[in-house]
Design a protein around this ligand. Structure first.
Ligand SMILES: [Zn+2]
Length: 304
């Protein structure tokens, strides 16, 4: 097996090289992250890390017998953003599209029915993925029968934004994201029951001229494709979006969708601390979400 995910997360947050595991570094890690003995053992094995990169190293794992959120569940929750009448400020809708794309990059490569459908990239590989790198990978991004949880649709929608911005303006992007998503048909062109079919052409192919496809987006919705997100922001957003997927119930208007059953959270204290150490706009929203679900989370929410 490769390096433990807690170690990789800690290195991403602190900016350390995961392959440098000298005594002082491991001691600092132990002090800050309180790893289990098993994690420390894995770190000190001589061959640790000298393996192929694991599939989806950043994606949450099953823990304490509870399943990790699936990619489809996470994408569907992102489609609900703006449908509850509360979070319709357009930068939220813009970030939801970007984050859906990010989730596809980070999610496991197993079949969609097993919770995957993504590209299984690490945070660093996702941030480094330029248009030229994405092009040959698009065929590996899977489709799901439900357009709301379809990985190919999520990518298609974000590339539409990216292309529109490259070719036109922020005003045109704003107009696009303010348009209610059509969740009855696939933006990606997939037709359930027809089998592997044609993918729809990109409405704005200029996305290929972008420098980065994961730009930072400020509170006013401003962004440019020369200013990528930080690795720490990716960590925070992944925690936020997968947590939202587990706890956020669909809005009343979507009553035809099955509501998600409340579940006990299974993020570790370290993961939660990592999220809250990040001075990023998503943290306030994650805290608000956790406060809302405090009744479900009697053990941890009060400690945050
Ligand atoms: Zn689709």
């Amino acid at each position: 097996m490769g390096l433990p995910s807690l170690w990789l997360d800690w290195c991403a947050v602190t900016g350390h090289d995961p392959d440098e595991r000298d005594e002082d570094r491991v001691a600092e890690f132990t002090r800050q992250a309180h790893p289990s003995r098993a994690v420390l053992r894995a770190l000190t094995q001589p061959d640790a890390g000298h393996h192929a990169a694991p599939d989806a190293p950043a994606w949450p794992r099953d823990a304490d017998g509870k399943p990790a959120p699936s990619l489809g569940q996470t994408l569907a929750a992102l489609c609900w953003v703006g449908r509850d009448g509360l979070r319709t400020h357009w930068p939220h809708l813009l970030r939801a599209r970007r984050d859906a794309y990010l989730m596809v990059l980070l999610a496991p490569t197993c079949p969609v029915d097993d919770g995957g459908g993504g590209l299984g990239l690490s945070r660093g590989a996702a941030l480094d993925l330029a248009p030229a790198g994405l092009r040959p990978l698009r065929d590996r991004i899977q489709v799901a029968d439900d357009p709301a949880s379809c990985p190919a649709c999520a990518v298609h929608r974000w590339l539409h934004v990216a292309g529109l911005y490259a070719a036109w303006s922020l005003a045109s992007v704003r107009s696009l994201v303010n348009t209610r998503l059509d969740l009855d048909t696939h933006a990606c062109g997939h037709m359930p029951g027809v089998g592997a079919g044609l993918r729809a052409a990109d409405p704005e192919p200029e996305w290929e001229t972008a420098r980065t496809l994961l730009p930072a987006i400020d509170q006013h919705g401003a962004f440019d494709f020369w200013r990528p997100m930080s690795t720490r922001a990716v960590t925070s957003i992944l925690a936020l979006r997968t947590t939202e997927a587990l706890y956020a119930a669909p809005p009343a208007a979507e009553h035809d969708r099955e509501p998600l059953a409340p579940v006990d959270r299974h993020f570790t204290d370290d993961e939660v601390r990592e999220v809250f150490d990040e001075a990023d706009e998503v943290n306030a929203r994650l805290k608000a979400l956790l406060d809302d679900t405090e009744g479900l989370l009697p053990r941890r929410a009060k400690d945050l």
